[in-house]
Design a protein around this ligand. Structure first.
Ligand SMILES: Cc1ncc(C[n+]2csc(CCOP(=O)(O)OP(=O)(O)O)c2C)c(N)n1
Length: 625
């Protein structure tokens, strides 16, 4: 009877399976991935591309004794299947389910929590140094994609690893794709390496020389060293990894289980850092994903036969509104340029890039570089708009502060996916930006309550001649709340409701939620006022101070951590004002990393939906909160 994934003791059984069974397992894993990811969504194409590579890793190495570290970690599903978690896949990326990224608390096989790219070589080096210091003996392997290899940290680590000479293996999973087609000089270098025959020639020579040498041990080691050294420069002159102190093996067919097992086995016996260049195809084995690897990079629930999304977007997303408005503004202002960090489509810049290819710059997964690059453009008279997700912009904190704000340069930051983002979980929630941006001198920080306000804020931002950030949430826009109102963006907040019992100050997305809250409060006999904050920095102080003198209870509501967020600004303002008979309730994310789940689930769990906010306000008025 045919065995299924669940019948195996994995990863132990991999050691004794023959080549045919390993191949059959790879087919089964692909079917399993397609079926499971089609239900809850996830990173499908990247995982389909690493099936053989991951099986080979677990066949050759002994996890968790040997340490396998995934870069970004979005491609760790196969690793999870092979380390006893296949039965948990119905809860993939769900509240209380398994994560879509490695999590140390989830399994002893997950060595490092990841989600942000380009750090796996650094983490692996740390593991290798710890091993050497404590005189232990295990392998350390980092698996990094060619996309993640565009991130600066990866080069800092390669540079450092080459000189540290500690034994470690880097598997470069080269599928020529980041989320979209990869860009940059290193990508071109990899392309040259891909077309070389190094590894094949190496294998031919190896076979000839190994005749009569025992299967493992000193003899094999010397044999490999000798052959590798004799072929490397002849075939790939100047392979950058060699120059940095790595021993380069490649290119290897990452879908050939046999070749991957072979090269990983050899690499075990090499002293110092080794880099294996594996060539894979993103989406391998599933035609829909092979043909549209970017769509299937991170996808929602879909029909596995057609590949169509189950829930097509009905309304525009904030990212689309941003992209459309930028196209409109750029028509009359040739100085407007767009900067992205490997996320052109995801941040809504696709139309702009199609229309203005020479005014669009994709820096690669290199947020820090992208920001300073934009600072240079701004210093030269251009009006760069940098579109980056809130969570990834954290990588560029110092560049925003020193290279942009200190010089008061007019860079506009389109801070996408601000607030809670749902299923990607801890590493991806954009709940820190109000805290890390609003203490920067010269910076203006805005948050729109709906799509129209986002477009209006972009006009305002580009009219400013100073640094400016607009933070907006993931997903579809809410219906325009104040289409008919005079809602000019002019540095002030916006009155939504008047009220005498309590005044609520809501930031961005929380405005529409708090409108619901106010209705619920009215039903409970509470007369609540509501202000759309709009400007978190510089904050419009007058309505806050005036409310503090008018009503006894103030409430701040934001989709950001409370520490250092809008609440801190209001608390500071009230403390300084000397008004003592006012109480303030702060509602936002607590001082912890928020888990995965759908956004509505998490809003409910943490008391941020309209119902819970209304309850919390009532408790507050009754002196219970
Ligand atoms: C610092 C940071 N910026 C952006 C991202 C978003 N992101 C996730 S995966 C990815 C592309 C990774 O490409 P690659 O490493 O080649 O892996 P592949 O999916 O192609 O296997 C990007 C840009 C991220 N995770 N971290």
């Amino acid at each position: 009877m045919k065995k299924s994934i669940k019948d195996y003791q994995l990863p132990q059984d991999l050691k004794s399976m023959d080549e045919r069974d390993l191949e059959l397992l790879s087919y089964e894993i692909r079917d399993f991935l397609i079926e499971k990811v089609s239900k809850n969504g996830g990173h499908l194409a990247s995982n389909l591309g690493v099936v053989e590579l991951t099986i080979a890793l677990h066949r050759v190495f002994d996890s968790p004794k040997d340490k396998i570290i995934w870069d970004v970690g979005h491609q760790s599903y196969v690793h999870k299947i092979l380390t006893g978690r296949a039965s948990c896949f119905d809860g993939l990326r769900c509240l209380n389910g398994i994560s879509g990224f490695p999590k140390r608390e989830e399994s002893v096989h997950d060595m490092f929590d990841t989600g942000h790219s380009s750090n796996s070589i650094s983490a692996a080096m740390g593991y290798a140094a710890a091993r050497d210091l404590s005189g232990e003996d295990y392998a350390v392997i980092s698996i990094i994609g060619d996309g993640a290899l565009t991130g600066g940290m990866a080069y800092e680590a390669l540079n450092n690893a080459g000189s540290m000479e500690s034994k470690m293996i880097v598997v470069l999973n080269d599928n020529e794709m980041s989320i979209a087609r990869n860009t940059g000089g290193i990508s071109q270098h990899l392309s040259k390496l891909r077309s070389s025959q190094t590894y094949l020639d190496f294998k031919k020579q190896l076979k000839k020389t190994l005749k009569g040498i025992p299967a493992v041990g000193e003899g094999l080691y010397i044999g490999i060293e000798h052959i590798r050294d004799s072929v490397k420069y002849a075939i790939v002159p100047g392979a950058i990894f060699e120059q940095l102190g790595f021993k380069y093996f490649g290119p290897v067919d990452g879908h050939s289980m046999k070749d991957m097992i072979e090269v990983l086995t050899y690499s075990k016996y090499i002293e110092g850092p080794v880099l294996i260049h594996a060539i894979t195809k993103k989406g391998k084995g599933y035609r829909n994903a092979e043909n549209n690897p970017d769509k299937f990079h991170g996808i929602g629930a879909f029909n596995p036969t057609t590949g169509n999304l189950l829930a097509e977007e009905k309304k525009l997303s904030y990212s689309k509104v941003f992209g459309n408005k930028l196209v409109e503004l750029a028509k009359d202002n040739p100085k407007i340029v767009a900067v992205s960090a490997a996320m052109i489509e995801a941040t809504g810049l696709e139309t702009f890039a199609g229309k203005y290819p020479y005014r669009t710059f994709d820096a690669g997964i290199a947020e820090a570089h992208a920001v300073t690059f934009a600072a240079g453009l701004a210093a030269s008279g251009y009006r760069p708009v940098v579109a980056i997700y809130s969570t990834f912009l954290q990588r560029a904190y110092d560049q925003i502060l020193i290279d942009v704000c200190m010089q008061n340069l007019p860079v506009v930051f389109a801070v996408d996916r601000a607030g809670n983002v749902g299923a990607d979980g801890e590493t991806h929630h954009g709940v820190f930006d109000l805290s890390y941006l609003s203490h920067m001198p010269n910076m203006t920080v805005m948050a729109p309550k709906d799509g129209k306000e986002l477009a209006d804020m972009m006009e305002y931002a580009l009219a400013l001649n100073t640094p400016c950030a607009i933070r907006y949430p993931r997903g579809e826009i809410v219906d325009s709340i104040s289409e008919s109102w005079d809602s000019a963006i002019d540095g002030t907040s916006e009155r939504i409701f008047e009220g005498n019992d309590v005044e609520i100050f809501a930031v961005g997305k929380m405005v529409s939620i708090c409108m619901e809250t106010c209705k619920k409060l009215k039903d409970k006999g509470v007369d609540a006022g509501l202000l759309n904050v709009r400007f978190v920095k510089p904050c419009d102080k007058e309505p806050i101070i005036s409310a503090a003198t008018r009503v006894k209870y103030l409430v701040t509501v934001e989709d950001n951590v409370l520490e250092g967020g809008f609440s801190s600004i209001v608390n500071g303002l009230i403390a300084k004002s000397g008004i003592s008979d006012v109480k303030v309730l702060n509602i936002g994310w607590p001082d912890k990393f928020i888990e995965q789940g759908t956004t509505p689930e998490l809003f409910e769990k943490y008391g941020l939906d309209s119902e819970h906010i209304a309850e919390r306000v009532c408790d507050f008025l009754e002196g219970k909160a």
